[in-house]
Structures are given as C-alpha cells and as structure tokens.
Design a protein around this ligand. Structure first.
Ligand code: GSH
Length: 224
C-alpha cells in the first residue's frame, strides 16, 4: 500500500524482519518520526536475494529509502544515512538531542555501532524469534558487550534524565541499539538492572512490538 504525503512518496526496502538488523534501525527511526512510507520486504538468505536487492539498491544492500517527488526520484542507502534523512525531513520528531553535547555523544555512539562490534555481531546474530542458551563468549565479545553496557550507562546517567531513553526522548541512538537489545534477549545475555530496564523500554515501543510480531509471522509463529 502506498501512502501519499503531499507530493512526496517514501518507500523503504528492508530485509527479512527476523534477521535484518540494519533494516530495523532505519525502519524504527522512520516509524518513530511518523514518516508515512510503504515498505518492501526482500527475503534474505535466498539464492535470489542479491539480484532482488540489486534491482533496487545499487549498493547491493538494504535498507534503502526511495524518495519520489515532483523533483524526481532520490535513493538514500545505508541505515545511518537513512536515519539522517528522516531526521532532516521530519524535524518535529527531534530524532537527535537538542543539546550539542548530548547530540555529539548520540552521534558518536550511533557511529560506533554502525562501524564497530563486528565480533559481537557475528557471535550474537539478530534472530528475534529464537531463544538460545547462553553460550561461552570470547574475551573480545565479552569486552564488546561490556563496552555497549558502559555506553548505555553513561548516556542514561548523563543525558537520559526522566525520558527513559539513552538521551531522554527517543533518538537515532536508540534506533541503532534496538537490534542489540533483541540480540541480548535472544542469546540470554544478562543485563544490570538499569540496562535491563532500558532494554525493556525499547522492546515495549509499539513499533518494536509490531516488528517482532511480523518477525514471528514470517517464521510461521502466532503473534502474541
Ligand atoms: N552498512 C550498511 C549495512 C547493510 C547490510 O549489511 N544489510 C544486509 C541486511 S541486514 C544486506 O543487505 N544483506 C544482503 C546481502 O549482503 O546480500 C547499513 O548500515 O545499512
């Protein structure tokens, strides 16, 4: 279904909801910003996945945001670039903190997630419906888990205030760590109380519940 918003039309190409952590980040930021968009899900891990993505996304990766207006068609690819475009086009959503110090930190921790934690991403893949027994983590992965919990602690203490999210109200930083929250649940990583409470707030966001329900449906499981 296409949504029309004045003369601009947004289409977000994403991957299988159970697995596609980069897609979740862009999709969640778009939903939290109230952006009207159509979504196209391209199933991942299929023989035809690459060619299906390449039909739309020259980078060969998703997420991809297609913006169509009277000015023509614009492609925005890569999760962080999409989040930035959403923030720019929907300023009322205030997807970055107002305070420059908080904004600098929110951008830094989002960028650190975007470009980092490769061992954690391999050892603890996103699989929203799975519940795995906690396994033995390498020292590198343990250090990366500790780094993330430390980043959350710092942001919640310095900037979280009463809002409950890393920088008070929901921001792109929360979108960037939302898949990590699901990974901790899937892989049975125990969290300290403050981080656990934060994780629960992220999972309780209506769009997160909607995404998780869709992931269960993809896997042929009944939604809650
Ligand atoms: N840096 C990119 C990474 C995108 C990415 O790796 N997407 C995966 C899905 S989560 C993908 O397109 N995989 C399909 C493939 O590589 O064939 C971003 O932040 O958007």
């Amino acid at each position: 279904m296409q949504h029309a918003q004045s003369e601009t039309r947004y289409t977000l190409f994403i991957g299988t909801k159970n697995f596609s952590s980069w897609s979740l980040r862009a999709w969640l930021a778009a939903r939290m910003a109230g952006m009207p968009f159509s979504e196209v899900v391209i199933p991942l891990r299929q023989p035809e996945t690459k060619s299906a993505i390449l039909r739309h996304s020259p980078s060969g990766k998703i997420p991809l945001l297609v913006i169509e207006s009277t000015n023509g068609k614009q492609l925005v690819w890569d999760s962080l670039a999409i989040c930035e475009s959403v923030a720019e086009r929907f300023p009322a959503a205030q997807l970055w903190p107002d305070d420059p110090a908080a904004r600098g930190e929110a951008r830094s921790i989002s960028a650190e997630m975007h470009s980092g934690f490769p061992e954690l991403r391999t050892a603890l893949p996103m699989d929203i419906v799975a519940r795995n027994k906690p396994g033995v983590l390498t020292e590198t992965v343990q250090a990366q888990v500790a780094r993330i919990l430390g980043l959350w602690e710092l942001a919640l203490t310095q900037f979280g205030g009463g809002g409950g999210f890393l920088f008070g109200r929901f921001s792109i930083a929360d979108a960037f760590y939302a898949p990590v929250v699901t990974r901790f649940v899937t892989h049975g990583i125990e969290l300290p109380p403050r981080q656990q409470a934060y994780a629960e707030r992220v999972l309780a966001l209506p769009p997160m519940r909607e995404w998780a329900a869709a992931a269960r449906e993809e896997r042929g499981e009944r939604s809650e």
